[in-house]
Design a protein around this ligand. Structure first.
Ligand code: HPA
Length: 335
């Protein structure tokens, strides 16, 4: 027999409205003894409330929308895991969308999530989102930006990392270890992430008394293929380099493959430094020196803030900047 809210109410000797209030935790005016009695019956029958009916009472769907650019880049599942774990802990579920760094796809995902009446949106904006902010502005539920910054002033919160400092530390480490000709294979220059990492690179060169030369900077995508292609370009253009610093670990892994195929030894001939500390970075050969980002924590923190905002605590414009840490492995060495 399918147990309904009516059965629970009859057995507890209360109205269905009272059961609904208890299940939806809107029970401030109901005695503790009645709440206990109802919950005992709910547990006894393993009663699972009808989500749609609950939503009508609470005006909440207990779902969050998560938009990320590319689930195949292991950096993003780590954020997604932080989002989902925290959301589940708070009895929320997550609807996930892959935008492929494509603005049109991102707009479609946003519209779909709003239609599904998610209670808040957590978004790593696509690389193509550089100036058209109208659709974001019109969103009336809390929206939390993660990882990639945008120049907007109508957000609920931003959870970011200090890309400038992480990049500065990585390049300074290379210079301190006597690397002098450091090529930088960056992600898309439209993202603040790439721009901030480039600024960190330039400042580290300046402080290390190395002249910045734009021929050492190759701008592309956050993808493995780009790492391979960029190494080919450096070699074809006969650019003399002794290290490659990469816009993320996936680029670095592509670059390492291309370097090995061309017969270079890492780190003896060329040092390689990544960024992100995705789990594969310690599994590749040689293991990759990189910058650790608190990916999981970014996701989890974004959910905490989103849930506070849903509960009407009016968080507007809170910016959290998390720290990075340098992880030294075998792809770099003292020269
Ligand atoms: N893409 C890939 N790797 C990254 C990003 C990104 O947006 N941000 C930090 N690491």
């Amino acid at each position: 027999m399918k147990i309904t809210i009516k059965h629970i109410a009859q057995e507890a000797g209360v109205s269905t409205a009272t059961v609904s209030k208890v299940i939806n935790k809107k029970d401030e005016h109901i005695s503790a003894a009645t709440v206990d009695r109802i919950m005992k019956i709910v547990k006894e029958y393993n009663y699972i409330p009808n989500g749609l009916a609950s939503s009508m009472v609470t005006k909440k769907t207990k779902t969050l929308g998560l938009l990320i650019p590319d689930i195949t880049n292991p950096f993003f599942p780590e954020i997604a895991r932080g989002v989902e774990d925290k959301a589940n802990e708070e009895n929320y579920s997550v609807i996930f969308c892959n935008t492929d760094d494509d603005l049109v796809k991102e707009e479609k995902c946003l519209a779909m999530l709003i239609e599904k009446m998610v209670d808040a949106i957590i978004i790593v904006p696509s690389a193509e989102r550089t100036k058209d902010f109208n659709s974001l502005k019109n969103i009336s539920i809390p929206i939390v930006f993660v990882d990639r910054d945008l120049e907007i002033d109508f957000f609920t919160a931003k959870v970011l990392v200090d890309n400038y400092e992480g990049s500065y530390n990585a390049v300074t480490y290379l210079i301190e270890n006597e690397y002098r000709k450091i090529a930088f294979i960056t992600g898309p220059s439209s993202t603040k992430t790439s721009q901030q990492r480039l600024e960190g690179y330039k400042k580290a060169l300046e402080d290390g008394c190395i002249r910045y030369d734009e021929k050492y900077v190759l701008e592309g995508t956050f993808k493995r293929e780009w790492g391979k292609q960029a190494i080919q370009q450096l070699i074809e253009q006969k650019i003399d380099f002794d290290a490659v610093y990469c816009g993320d670990d996936i680029i670095a892994i592509g670059a390492m493959k291309a370097l090995k195929e061309k017969g270079y030894k890492i780190p003896d001939d060329i040092g390689v430094m990544g960024y992100d500390n995705i789990y594969i970075s310690e599994l590749v050969e040689p293991s990759l020196s990189t910058v650790r980002q608190p990916n999981y924590d970014m996701g989890s923190k974004a959910v905490s803030i989103a849930l506070e905002a849903i509960d009407d605590k009016q968080i507007k414009g809170e910016v959290t900047i998390l720290k990075t840490a340098l992880i030294i492995r075998k792809s770099t060495k003292k020269r």
